[in-house]
Structure formats: C-alpha cells, structure tokens
Write a new protein. Structure first.
Length: 310
C-alpha cells in the first residue's frame, strides 16, 4: 500500500506519546474536569462520574481513597478497570494487537467493504485547524445519529481540536471521497498503546464506506508499519452500543477481558437498590431514540445489578 498523504509539517512516523499526567492535562485543555488522587488521574467523562485514565490501566483503589474522592469532589460515582482481586464486573475493552494485521484476515463481507472504501476514498493526516473548517457536519451528524447532539458538545469538540494541535501524541486521520470530506478518526498514543479516541462521519457519504477504510488503514498503520503494541477503543460502555461494537469486531478487533468496577456514592447506591427506580430508569433509557443521559442512567443501574451479583 502506498504511503499516506500527510499535510506539510506533519511527521507521519513521529513517536510522541503521553503518560497519564499529560493525558489528563490534554482533557483539561478542552474543558473537561480533571481530578488527581493518590493512585490515579480522573476525568469527568459523564455528569458527576469520574473515569480513571488511561482507561486501559488496571487500578487498585483503596477504600479510604475512594471515600476521600467522594468527600472532596462531590461526585456520584467512580469508574475504572480494577485488579481481579478487587471484584468488579466481568467486562472488556475492544482491542487489536495483531502485528500481522491484514485485509486477508477479515471476513469476505468486511473485506469487500474495506476494499471499496479504500478505492473510493483518499486517506490522509490533517490538523485540528483543518478539521474545524471541514468536519463540523460529520461531528454533528454522527452525534445526531447517536442522540447526543447539543450546543455544549459542539463547543467541547472545537476546544478539543485546538488542544489537539498543541499535542504531538494526538493525530487526526481523515477520509475524502472525490475531494469531499467524508470522515475522521482521532488517535492518542499513550505509552505503548494507541487509543482510537473519536470517529465521526458524514451521513451522505457512508455509502462509500469511509469509516471501514479509515479504521482499517489506521489500524494497519499503527500495528504493522509503526509496530505499536496494541490499539484500543476503550472499555465497555455502560450503555448499549452493540451495533458500534459489532462494526469494530468485524474489522478484526476483539473483546479483551478485564474487570470493570463502578463505585457509587452511598446515597446513589441506596437509590439504585430500589426496584421501582431501576424499573423506571430502564423503561425510559431503553426506549428507541432515548437521550444519552437516560441511556447511561439505565446502563449504570444495570451495571450496579450485575456488579452486585459478582
């Protein structure tokens, strides 16, 4: 496969990486709340819920440290990958670590879509400043497909792209169909792992398979040409994203087993123990087209039930 076109000034094979502290600082640059505890860095990934970052690092969180976070930060919950001895729920993160990754290893149906996508689209690296100019439609259309669109998410996206241009470990990859912007993928190099951080696409160009081609192309770039140890899409979401997971699995990713733990604030923990409240959350959050806030609430309630049974 030919080398990927790259904007002038972008080093295609740069090896810059982040550690946990610089990753947390990156989140902070575009407005997310960042918290430090003795054992980990945390980011407010959902309203009043802290996620330990990097999310693929197992964490042992002492009980007194968790209590201090609840007292000091006034949060509703803490979410992280834990050591097996710490309990939690059987979970996964979607990952690929095949250094011989290739199109021949995919199913016939997936190979066909990837080949059509590669033939119809040009892949190239761009800067956040260019994505700001051409990518807002892709961002908003994807968020609308997922019932996540809002003015605040758009402003966060804009700040994130400006921050990305200041961070060498963040890369932005794009697909273009006949000169028209089709989709993008943002990656973050963390230690010896590459996280596929965000992917968005234009509705009208999905028929040309830009996402299939872009995910395949960047996966091959990272694992085969750069020899990065592993790519991850992050840990299992509390909400149902089965269709998105199926797309990634078809492209050669796998569900790598981990233990995921959510510690709820005692007041919230007691509320989620009430069957009528759980039933209400499921009824609202599981409806087709439900808002992301209700979907996450339903998912968290279900997670609490499953975690209790382990």
């Amino acid at each position: 496969m030919s080398d990927t076109p790259v904007q002038p000034g972008l080093d295609k094979h740069r090896a810059a990486t982040m550690d946990a502290a610089s990753l947390a600082a990156f989140y902070g640059k575009f407005g997310l709340r960042v918290v430090r505890s003795q054992s980990a860095w945390w980011v407010e990934a959902g309203p009043r819920f802290l996620l330990a970052v990097p999310c693929h690092h197992p964490l042992h969180l002492p009980e007194d440290e968790a209590r201090e976070l609840f007292r000091r930060e006034k949060v509703a919950g803490l979410r992280y990958i834990c050591d097996e001895a710490d309990g939690g729920k059987a979970s996964f993160h979607l990952s690929c670590s095949d250094s011989a990754y290739s199109i021949e290893k995919l199913s016939a149906n997936t190979r066909s879509k990837v080949r059509r996508g590669l033939a119809r689209n040009e892949m190239r690296r761009i800067r956040g400043a260019e994505l700001l100019e051409v990518g807002q439609g892709a961002f908003m259309e994807t968020m609308q497909r997922q019932n996540r669109a809002s003015a605040s998410t758009l402003e966060t996206w804009k700040r994130m792209l400006r921050a990305a241009d200041e961070e060498p470990a963040v890369e932005i990859w794009s697909a273009w169909h006949e000169g028209e912007f089709a989709s993008y993928l943002i990656t973050i190099n963390i230690d010896d792992v590459c996280e596929f951080f965000q992917a968005r696409s234009r509705n009208e160009l999905l028929k040309h398979y830009p996402n299939n081609a872009l995910i395949f192309h960047v996966t091959e770039e990272m694992l085969v040409r750069r020899r990065i140890r592993e790519i991850t899409f992050g840990i299992e979401s509390p909400e149902d994203v089965e269709d998105l997971d199926a797309f990634k699995l078809a492209l050669g990713y796998e569900k790598k087993p981990v233990r995921q733990r959510i510690i709820f604030h005692p007041a919230l923990r007691a509320a989620l123990g009430l069957s009528p409240l759980r039933a209400l959350l499921h009824r609202i959050g599981d409806r087709p087209g439900a808002n992301v806030v209700w979907r996450k609430a339903s998912g968290l309630a279900r997670f609490a039930e499953e975690q209790d049974r382990t």
